[in-house]
Design a protein. Structure first.
Length: 218
C-alpha cells in the first residue's frame, strides 16, 4: 500500500567544520553545513555482524552525514525526506538538522506524503512485496518466509517501518543498504535507503510512535 492523498508536506566522532557550503531548504531557507562526519564510515561490529567500511571518498561529500542549519516549522524529532535532492533530514532543536544522503525509488515507484515510524528493528528480515516477486520470480521464495538478516540483506542493519495516519502499514521503509554506491540515485523499489553506518545513527535517534512524524516530499 502506498501513501495516497496524504498532505504534502551522539556517539558521534570528531567533526570537521565546513564553511561556505549552502543549499536551499524546501521552505526557502538557506542550509549551511555546520559539521560533517566523513570519518564515521569505518568498519563497524554490530550484533555479531561486521559491517565493512564504506569507501566514503567515492561518495559525493554532500551525501556524507552532516549537521546543517535548517529552517522548518516541523518539531524536533520529525524526519523530512526530500526525494528530489536525495536527502533525509532529522530535525534537531535550534534550527539544526542531521542530514543524511539517501537512495530513493526508481521512476514510477517514487512516493510522497505523511507517515510515522510505527516500529523499528535491528538486523531485520526482508519480505519482498508480491508485486516485486512477479517482476523478479527469483524472489518468490522470500515473500512468505523472508530473507534472514545478514550483510547481503537489502534492508541492511536497521529498518524503520512507516505507517499512514490511519495506522496502516504503507509497506515503505527507511532502511540500510549494503549498496553504498546507490546513495544519491533512484535505484530502489520505492523505499528510502541509507548507508548502513548512517541508518544505525538515525535508528538511535528515532523513537517510534505517532509523534515520530515522517514527511516525504518530491
Amino acid at each position: 500500500m502506498r501513501l495516497r492523498n496524504a498532505l504534502p508536506l551522539f556517539g558521534l566522532v570528531a567533526a570537521i567544520a565546513l564553511t561556505g557550503c549552502t543549499t536551499t531548504s524546501p521552505e526557502g531557507g538557506k542550509v549551511e553545513t555546520a559539521q560533517i562526519f566523513t570519518d564515521s564510515y569505518g568498519t563497524v561490529t554490530d550484533a555479531g555482524y561486521t559491517l565493512p567500511a564504506v569507501p566514503i571518498n567515492r561518495v559525493d561529500k554532500k551525501f556524507h552525514r552532516q549537521i546543517v542549519s535548517y529552517r522548518t516549522s516541523e518539531a524536533p524529532g520529525t524526519i523530512i525526506v526530500n526525494t528530489r535532492e536525495r536527502y533525509l533530514y532529522y530535525i534537531m532543536p535550534n534550527g539544526r538538522a542531521m542530514r543524511y544522503g539517501i537512495g530513493v525509488g526508481k521512476e514510477g515507484f517514487a512516493w510522497s506524503g505523511n507517515a510515522y515510524v510505527a516500529w523499528k528493528q535491528e538486523w531485520p528480515s526482508w519480505h519482498p512485496p508480491k508485486e516485486m516477486a512477479v517482476r523478479k520470480p527469483e524472489l518468490t521464495k522470500y515473500v512468505e518466509d523472508g530473507m534472514g538478516p545478514g550483510l547481503r540483506n537489502p534492508l541492511g542493519a536497521r529498518a524503520m517501518y512507516l505507517f499512514n495516519e490511519k495506522g496502516q502499514d504503507t509497506l515503505f521503509r527507511l532502511h540500510g543498504t549494503p549498496e553504498w554506491q546507490s546513495i544519491g540515485t533512484a535505484a530502489s523499489s520505492g523505499c528510502i535507503r541509507l548507508m548502513n553506518q548512517d541508518v544505525i545513527d538515525l535508528y538511535n535517534r528515532v523513537r517510534p510512535g505517532k509523534n515520530s512524524k515522517v514527511v516525504v516530499i518530491q
